[in-house]
Structures are given as structure tokens and as C-alpha cells.
Design a protein around this ligand. Structure first.
Ligand SMILES: C[S@@+](CC[C@H](N)C(=O)[O-])C[C@H]1O[C@@H](n2cnc3c(N)ncnc32)[C@H](O)[C@@H]1O
Length: 199
């Protein structure tokens, strides 16, 4: 992500969960089946039984909350981390760079990342995957599902409650495309809105 995109997420933190909950600016958005699928995705995450998990680019901790075992969250945004810490008192939250993880090799049983990988350009994706494989035995990538009404990649304009406008690069995936791209893995979740691949 660019510096501008990272600043956008820090500014968005307080209203970020509106996207998940269909509140605020997302209240009028037609997303058939969203709430049910989100519940299924959270259940799939909750079904994982790893003794330690690192959630990279954890944001507000909305998905992190479903993880069992010892939970560590990392994000570059202090505002996101503040919300995640309040949501998950049992977790350890660290401010840092997903492309230079401040952790030992093989420190975690599983690395999770939600709605982050799809924002990375090719170089950043390569670095991220090297880092993910270094710190963890397994990793789970959750991202946006490919749909007929969106291109597989685009630059999107995002508007915040304060009216500010921001450009964000975003990709959409089928589980098969994600598995091919990362070289291995199995589908944990395949829906209309989200995909989850465990490698
Ligand atoms: C779309 S949000 C996803 C949040 C959460 N994982 C989820 O699924 O809801 C992307 C997150 O990536 C974080 N981020 C962006 N670049 C980062 C980087 N280089 N290192 C760590 N976090 C980063 C942002 O601060 C933001 O919280």
C-alpha cells in the first residue's frame, strides 16, 4: 500500500466497522446475503485450532476476535490498533510493517490476513508472502470475492464521513486464482462476498 493509502486507513479507523456492519455510509448499500456470509466467514475463522495466531493488518480486530489461542495483531495504524485492543483485551497488539514483520522465524502456528493482500502491488505481494512463510507454518488469506459487477483489479475512490476522498488499489479473487497465485492452499471459505484460502 502507498503511504497515502496507509494514512487513509488510519483516518478511517473509527468508521471502519460500518463496512462490516452495514451502518453509517454503508447503510444504503445493497449487499444481498452479506450479513449471513459474514457470520459464516467468522465461524470458519473460529473453527481454526492453532495455538498461536498472528493477524497481519488486523485493523479494528473485527475478524481477529474470532481467532482462538494466543492472538497477536499487527497494524501500521495507531487508530486501528486502539480499537482492536479495546475489542480484544486478551490479545497482544503491535504497531509495525506487514512487509517487515517484527517477529522471529516460525514464531506463530498461523498467520491470518484479512482484506490486506488484495491491496498490495506485485512487489509488495512477493515480500509479504516471504515474510508470512518466515514467521508462520500456515497462513490464511481472506479477501474480497470476484464478482460480475467489479473488475478483477481497480483503483477505487473511497469517501469518508468527513467528505474526504481517497484512492485505493483493490483486487478481487476466486479461491482458485488465489491458490494459484500463492502456489498452494485449500479453500476455507468461498462465497459471493469473501474468499478464504489456508496455505
Ligand atoms: C482493509 S483494512 C483490513 C483490516 C482487517 N484485517 C479486516 O479484515 O477488516 C487494511 C489494513 O491494513 C493496514 N495496513 C496497510 N498497510 C500496512 C502495512 N504496511 N503494515 C501493516 N498494516 C498495514 C491498514 O492500517 C488497515 O488497518
Amino acid at each position: 500500500m502507498t503511504e497515502a493509502e496507509r494514512a487513509y486507513y488510519d483516518r478511517r479507523a473509527a468508521e471502519y466497522d460500518d463496512w462490516y456492519l452495514g451502518t453509517g455510509l454503508f447503510a444504503q448499500r445493497a449487499r444481498p446475503g452479506w450479513a449471513e456470509e459474514l457470520a459464516a466467514l467468522r465461524a470458519a475463522v473460529a473453527s481454526l485450532r492453532f495455538s498461536s495466531c498472528l493477524d497481519v493488518a488486523c485493523g479494528t480486530g473485527f475478524l481477529t476476535e474470532s481467532l482462538h489461542g494466543l492472538v497477536t495483531g499487527l497494524d501500521q495504524s495507531a487508530s486501528m490498533l486502539g480499537i482492536a485492543r479495546a475489542r480484544i483485551p486478551r490479545g497482544v497488539f503491535v504497531r509495525g510493517d506487514a512487509l517487515k514483520l517484527p517477529f522471529r522465524s516460525a514464531q506463530f502456528d498461523c498467520l491470518v490476513t484479512g482484506h490486506f493482500y488484495g491491496h498490495l502491488d506485485e512487489t509488495a505481494r512477493r515480500i509479504f508472502l516471504i515474510e508470512a512463510r518466515r514467521v508462520s507454518k500456515s497462513f490464511l488469506i481472506i479477501d474480497a470475492a470476484a464478482r460480475d459487477d467489479v473488475p478483477s483489479e481497480e483503483h477505487q475512490e473511497r469517501v469518508l464521513n468527513d467528505g474526504s476522498r481517497h484512492l485505493v488499489y483493490k483486487r478481487y479473487f476466486t479461491p482458485e486464482r488465489l491458490i494459484t497465485e500463492i502456489g498452494s492452499g485449500r479453500t476455507l471459505h468461498a462465497g459471493q462476498w469473501f474468499v478464504g484460502v489456508l496455505a
